[in-house]
Design a protein around this ligand. Structure first.
Ligand code: URA
Length: 440
């Protein structure tokens, strides 16, 4: 039965569950323009306020996924598994994981996004590599998946147009923070990729979109349930995002850190998350029966250099300058650096590095977008010389700021001064990976 747009909005406003046909009408109408922006915004707000059942969320996800081209990759013989992170600061796991999982026998058809708010985006990081193309033709994409079993690209315009439209509306109508809407947005894109299984890194904490563990768990539960309902085996890891992941924030700097990880020189926190997500990918793809066994394979692929060679092949295949792997000087570099210290008179410990403020400071330096038309500077960013728990001598530098001009340096310094806390005692260590969520 066909409803008017007003009727669909009124149903949700009154707290009713929408039918499959109402949700399809909404999504089709958003893409065609029949459901006007102001009507879509009203319905989005009603969804934020009244919520959605699991059934409604899966119907919305499916309708959005079907709003454009759905990729199918029947010619690929390897298990096709992707990883998606809900977004954090310093999160360059995808750059390490795609070549690493491919070196262990998976096919990784990874479609990623750009930075959102204070969080970085995989496509922006990859584009720091001179020449790297994040848009491939369908034929190039398929041929690359056949030859090197991995590709890292952005979604083409004909895929999931409903999300593009809805996301832009949500961004400006304060309707991003809704678990059903986030679920439908993420999963409609991931399930249109032609994958067999999906691993999710659901981040919570001050540097993530989910502020605390309870909210992160709710999102993870919902993502896994909806994805399983739609026939895609999915596992989520619930991970803490209070301090930045690894030591580098900023596009060139994160490429450098990813390459160091692939060389076996990665920081412990970043490798812990990378290995844990990689192990879930290999198990879901059916290549190993236990995470422990998969972990051995992942560590071997780093130790024997196959994962690093995979990254070189990926960069070459997508038109980038692969010599960056051996020579970081080929990546864009900032004009200047400055070592930032606090004015502690005694030896102290780092008790907090607020990830959100670090992300915002990096954006202010030019590493991310502060408005939709901002142009990203790949060279700038922040390098953490200390992590939480590290001792700090009086006046010792905590962060190296990579910057281009003194005006942005001062703005970033002000933000950093509030982002770093020191204490006399070493803070208790909190687990980085809090839980694993999988519905059989
Ligand atoms: N990332 C997405 O792709 N969609 C959301 O709604 C939130 C984060």
């Amino acid at each position: 039965m066909k409803h008017t747009s007003q009727e669909i909005i009124a149903h949700k406003r009154d707290g009713l569950a929408l039918s499959r046909s109402e949700l399809e009408q909404f999504v089709d109408g958003v893409v065609s323009g029949d459901f006007r922006d102001y009507q879509a915004s009203a319905l989005l707000m009603a969804i934020v306020l009244k919520g959605m059942t699991a059934e409604e969320t899966s119907w919305l996800t499916e309708a959005m996924m079907r709003s454009g081209r759905i990729v199918e990759l029947p010619e690929i013989r390897r298990p096709k598994v992707d990883k998606h992170s809900t977004g954090g600061v310093g999160d360059k796991v995808s750059l390490i994981l795609a070549p690493l999982a491919a070196a262990c026998g998976l096919c990784v058809p990874m479609m990623s996004g750009r930075g959102l708010g204070h969080t970085g985006g995989t496509l922006d990081k990859l584009e720091a590599i001179p020449g790297f193309r994040t848009l491939l033709s369908d034929a190039e994409y398929r041929s690359q998946l056949q030859s090197i079993h991995q590709a890292m690209i952005g979604q083409s315009d004909d895929m999931v147009p409903a999300d593009r439209k809805l996301y832009a509306l949500r961004d400006v109508t304060a309707t991003v923070e809704s678990i059903p809407l986030i679920c439908a947005s993420i999963l409609s894109k991931k399930l249109a990729e032609g994958i067999d299984a999906l691993v999710l890194d659901v981040k919570f904490g001050h540097g993530a979109f989910m502020p605390d563990e309870a909210a992160g768990r709710k999102l993870a539960d919902s993502l896994v349930a909806i994805s399983a309902r739609m026939g895609k085996p999915t596992t989520a890891l619930l991970t803490r995002m209070d301090e930045p992941l690894g030591r580098m924030i900023g596009n060139s700097l994160e490429v450098i850190e990813a390459i160091k990880c692939l060389r076996g020189e990665g920081p412990a926190d970043l490798m812990e998350v990378t290995y844990a997500l990689g192990a879930e990918m290999l198990v879901l793809g059916g290549l190993h029966t236990t995470q422990a066994e998969a972990m051995v394979a992942l560590k071997a692929a780093i130790a024997n250099g196959r994962a690093l060679e995979g990254f070189r092949a990926l960069v070459e295949a997508q038109g980038g300058d692969a010599s960056v792997v051996d020579d970081f000087g080929r990546l864009p570099q900032s004009e200047r650096t400055m070592d930032f210290a606090l004015d502690n008179n005694e030896k102290m410990s780092v008790s907090g590095l607020d990830a959100r403020s670090f992300g915002e400071a990096a954006c202010l330096l030019g590493a991310g977008r502060v408005s939709t038309d901002s142009v990203i500077d790949p060279a700038v960013g922040l390098e953490l010389l200390k992590k939480v728990g590290d001792p700090v001598e009086p006046g010792e530098a905590i962060v190296r700021i990579h910057y281009q001009d003194t005006e942005t340096l001062h703005v970033a310094e002000t933000r950093l001064r509030k982002a770093i806390t020191l204490s006399e005692d070493c803070p208790a260590e909190k687990p980085l990976i809090v839980d694993r969520i999988h519905h059989a």
